[in-house]
Design a protein around this ligand. Structure first.
Ligand SMILES: [Zn+2]
Length: 67
């Protein structure tokens, strides 16, 4: 998924696997959001569950698309 860094405002991508793993941890109550360091400025961006779920609405099911 593409997100925009809150600090330097540059877009960067989060891998689909990282998104899925984060959603699993969130649904398991381990974390409440995903911390993603910006590759441009190294600031950690918080990605909320809602944002992750928007990218991966099929969480909990098998992937329909082949990446
Ligand atoms: Zn940044």
């Amino acid at each position: 998924m593409q997100i925009r860094c809150y600090n330097c405002h540059k877009p960067f991508a989060i891998g689909k696997e990282a998104v899925s793993a984060a959603l699993e941890q969130i649904s398991g109550g381990e974390i409440h959001h995903l911390d993603v360091p910006c590759p441009h400025c190294r600031r950690v961006n918080r990605v909320s569950k809602d944002e992750l779920a928007r990218f991966a609405p099929a969480q909990g099911k098998q992937d329909k698309e082949a990446t």
